[in-house]
Write a protein that binds this ligand. Sequence first.
Ligand code: ADP
Ligand code: MG
Length: 704
Amino acid sequence: MEQEALLNSPIEYLKGVGPTKGDLFKKELGIFTFGDLLMSFPFRYVDKTQFHKIKDLNEDSEAVQIRGTLRRLETFGEGRKKRLVGRFRDDTGVIELVWFKGANWLQKSLQIGSEYVAYGKINNFKGKISLPHPEMELITDAGIKKATSFAPVYPSTEKLNLKGLDAKGRRKVMEVLFTKIKKTDIPENLPNYIIERFNFPSRFEAVSHIHFPQTAKQLERAQKRLKFEELFFLQLRLLQIRGHRKATVKGIPFPAIGKKFLTFFHEKLPFELTGAQKRVIKEIRHDMGAGGQLNRLLQGDVGSGKTIVGLMCMLIAIDNGYQACLMAPTEILAQQHYAGISEYVEGLGVEVGFLSGSVKGKKRAALLERLSKGEIDILIGTHALIEDWVVFPKLGLAITDEQHRFGVKHRAKLWQKSKPSPPHILVMTATPIPRTLAMTLYGDLEVSVIDELPPGRKEIKTIHRNEGHRLRIIGFMKEEIAKGRQVYIVFPLIQESEKLDLQNLETGYELLLRDFPMPDYQISVVHGKMKPKDKDFEMQRFIDGETQIMVATTVIEVGVNVPNASVMIIENTERFGLSQLHQLRGRVGRGAEQSFCILMTGYKLSAEARSRIQTMTGTNDGFKIAEADLQLRGAGNMEGTQQSGVINFKLADLSKDQRILQIAREVAARILDQDPKLEKEINYRLNRYMKTHGKKYKAWSRIS
Ligand code: ADP
Ligand code: MG
C-alpha cells in the first residue's frame, strides 16, 4: 500500500521539482504523479558509448560526442548579443564551443583545463564548424560512467526547456525518481510462464532499463518486453470482450437457407461468384446460423464485389422471416445501392425501400408505414435509417457500407433496432486496413477478407505526369471521350486552405473550358461547398452520361460507380494520401474497357511524395497500398484511428511491430481459451492487472 502511495504522489513532491516545475509537468506533458513520470518513456536515446574524433567532424556530422580538454573560455559582445566561446581539444584537433545563453553562469561553473565529454549538434557557418550549446559532462569517475551509457531523451517543450527541464534537466529528475523507486513499486504483471517463454526481463528491470540502459542489448530487451506488454493487454481485453459478447448476447438464429437465396443464386446471379466471395458468404452464414450474433468486418478492395455478398446475406435474413437494412454514408451511394439491388432482386418477391433525408412528407410517411407493417424486406438509405422514428418490426441484419465514414455513435444505434436480440451486424469497408491495424481497431470483431477481384478485370494503368505533358493529356482525354468514355479530374481539398483549393478547382475548370468548349463537351463540377442537392444533381448528370467530364474535389471519393468512366486525372497528386489516391483510382476500371489513372504533380517532389507515387504506379493492390501507407505515415495518421484511444501506445508501433502483435494476440487467445475468466492460479497476475487497468481499453469498435 505504501508503494502504491509512492507512485501516486503528486509530481511536485519529487525532490528538485517543486510547484513551478510541477505545474509545467502537468500542463505541458500531462504528468501528474510519480507514476506518470515513471511511465513517460524516452522517445530516443543518445548513444554515449561512442566518441568522435575532432578531426573526423565535418559539416555533415550531426549529433556528436567528443572527449577532451577545455582550453580557453572567452566572452564576446554585450547584453543580449553576449556569447561565450570555448576552445575544446582532443588528441586530434580543436573545435569551438559556443553558448548564447547562460554565459555568466557557465563561465563560473566550467573549469578550464579539465577534461569533459561534450555532446551536441554540429553547426556549420560558411564552412566553419562549431558546437553550439553542447551538454558538458565533467569527467569524474561518475562522469565517465554516465557518459559510457545511453542517454535517454524525453519529449520536451520550449516552456520546459526554459525552466531547466531540458534534456539534461529531465534526465536529472528521472534519476532522482529512480533513487526512490524500489522493486516492489513496479510489480510484475505477466505470469512467469510468459516471461520464461520469451526470456523477458522482469517488469522492474524493463522499466529501469527503458530509462537508463547501459547497453544496446539491455535497451532492446526492455523495449521488446514493454511493447509486448502493451499489445498483449490490449489483445487480452479485446478478446475478452469478444468472448463475453459471444457468451452473453443471443443472436437471432437463421437456420434456413431458403427459396429466395437459392432462386437468386441459381437463376438471377449474373456472374459466377469468386472463390473469395463464396468463402466469405459461408463465414457469414455460419455466424448467423449458429445462434450467436454476427459481428463481422468485411474487408475487400475497391471493386472486389462486396455489394453482392451483402445482398445475399440479406436474402438469408429474409428467407428466415426477417428484414434487413443497408446503410451508406452518402445519398448518392445509397441511391446507387438502391437502384442496383432493386434490379438484382426483380421478380424475387423482395420489397426494397429507400430512405434518406431527402425522402420527406407523404412519401416518408408511406414508407415508414410499410416498414412498420413488415412490408419492406430491405431498407436502403443514409444514416436517416438509424433515427428513432424508423421502426423495424423484425430487423435481422444490418449492414453498413464504407463503415469508416460513420461515427461510432451512429453505428451503436443499429443495435437498438431490434429487441430483445440485436440484429446481426456486418460492416463493409473499401479502405483496406493493414492486418496489424485491423487486429487492433477491430480486434473484438471477426474479420472476413475478399482478397480476389472478379475475373476479367483489366488492370488500371497508372502513370505519373507533370505540366510538360499537359497538351498530350488533353489530346488523350479527347480520344477517350470520342470513344464514348468519361473522365474524372480531381483537385485536392485541404481544410486550411479551402479558398485556395476552390480557386484551384475553378481555374482548372476555366482552363478546361477552353479545351473542351460547350456545346461539344459538357462538364460537371462538384465540390464540398455546394448544397447537397446541387451536388447530387451534377453527379447524376455524370452518372447518366449527360456530361463527359467530372471536375471535382474528393467528394467523389466514396464508392460512386460509373462503369463508363475510364480516365481518372488527379491534380496535385503530391497533396493526397495513399489510401485516398487508391480510393480515387477505384472510381475507374469498373467497366470492360481499359482504364487509366494519371497522377499529375509539380516538378519538385519530396522523397515521401515520390515514394507515394511510386507505390501507386507500382501496384493496384489495396492491401499493399494500405501497408505502404502505414509504413509512411504511422498508425496514428491512418483513417479511422484518430477517434480511437486504443492505438495511443507508448512504445509499440503498428507499422513495425507486426510480429510482436501477432504473438501477443496468439498468446492472449490461448490463455482465454483455457481460462476465459482468468481464474486460474497461474494467471493471477493477469487477473489483478486487468481488474485495475482493463477498463481503459474500451471496445470502441463495437459497431454495435
Ligand atoms: P465493392 O467491393 O467496391 O463495393 P461492388 O460490389 O460495387 O464492389 O462490385 C463492383 C462490380 O463488380 C459491380 O459491377 C459488380 O456487379 C461486379 N461483380 C461483383 N462480383 C462479381 C463477380 N464475381 N464476377 C463478375 N463481376 C462481379
Ligand atoms: Mg461498394
